[in-house]
Design a protein around this ligand. Structure first.
Ligand SMILES: [Zn+2]
Ligand SMILES: [Zn+2]
Length: 314
């Protein structure tokens, strides 16, 4: 069967249409009381519910109303926890009254972001949609890896990319390392894991073995190339997570298409950062979201972007 078959031969399917109109958010229950709320190809947020309160872990890009989605999934009072201050995790914060972030992110969250960041991300979105056409067509014919939640969507109807703004917000509560948040019948422990950014946290539901990795753990490139990244802190933070691996059953991450991972990923990422620091990692050249050149340390299940100027090894 050829990929050139005309769309109209299959009016009830998505054959040949790389950009079918779908809801912006993809929702899936991951565990009782835990939902993925994904913006496929962009960022993944998670809704975690207890008997008293529901926490939305990050609020996504802010190009569509994530609050409405979260409220449709849980009738509990809803609060936001940001895994760190970056705009792709806090874009929907403005829709909420109660927002928590690590204490070192309080000032960063309130700082106005440059308009260039917003427009650069929208340019990236355009490149992503263009790249998707060939990717989807190849997948349909050869690879069959794309499930419904991995289908990239065009930006929501009525959203104008030239209007995209990153809106600073004020946190209502500051978190500290080892804080335990009680949701009623479920607890989340705050693990301060600086490296990607100074305020990065992971959240650990120990009873259920669920670790929410923020941008500290990812599949695909882990971003450690920016001015605020700290490779040594990253290595310490990921070593700490690796030490928890025996109490973890599933690791949920915020970017790319493999959002659910086995705990062995924690050890692999910690080992990867160690190899970067001791000079034994292997690299290729790549570009990041903003088309800036980076070095990419490549490992079996993930990679790490580091700056072109980072000095590594002995
Ligand atoms: Zn980030
Ligand atoms: Zn991110």
């Amino acid at each position: 069967m050829s990929a050139s078959i005309e769309n109209q031969h299959y009016p009830d399917t998505e054959w040949g249409d790389p950009h079918p109109r779908r809801e912006w958010f993809h929702v899936r229950q991951l565990d009782p009381g835990v939902h993925l709320i994904s913006e496929p190809g962009h960022v993944n947020s998670y809704l975690v519910e207890g008997s008293d309160v529901a926490y939305l872990l990050d609020t996504g890009l802010g190009v569509a109303n994530i609050r409405r989605v979260a409220e449709s999934l849980s009738g509990k009072p809803l609060e936001v926890i940001n895994t760190h201050y970056h705009f792709d995790h806090t874009g929907g914060n403005r829709l909420f009254e109660r927002i928590s972030i690590h204490e070192s992110g309080a000032e960063l969250l309130q700082r106005p972001a440059s308009p260039e960041t917003a427009s650069a991300y929208m340019e990236y979105t355009q490149r992503l949609l263009e790249a998707w056409v060939n990717y989807k067509e190849s997948d349909d014919v050869y690879f069959h890896l794309l499930t419904a939640e991995r289908l990239l969507r065009p930006l929501p109807e009525g959203f104008d990319p030239s209007d995209y703004q990153i809106v600073p917000t004020v946190p209502t509560r500051l978190l500290h390392d080892d804080d335990v948040l009680d949701l009623g019948g479920r607890q989340l422990r705050v693990l301060h894991t600086p490296g990607h950014s100074p305020d990065s946290i992971c959240l650990f539901d120990e009873k259920n073995g669920l670790l929410f990795g923020g941008d500290t753990i990812n599949t695909g490139p882990i971003y450690a190339q920016t001015d605020e990244s700290d490779l040594e802190a990253f290595a310490r933070s990921t070593a700490r997570l690796a030490d928890l691996a025996s109490s973890v059953s599933r690791v949920f991450v915020c970017h790319f298409m493999r959002m659910e991972n086995p705990p062995v990923l924690l050890r692999e990422v910690a080992d990867g950062f160690q190899r970067i620091l001791d000079g034994s990692a292997t690299y290729r050249r790549n570009v990041d979201t903003y088309n800036s050149p980076v070095r990419e340390a490549c490992f079996d299940n993930f990679s790490v972007f580091i700056s072109e100027s980072a000095e590594l090894g002995d």
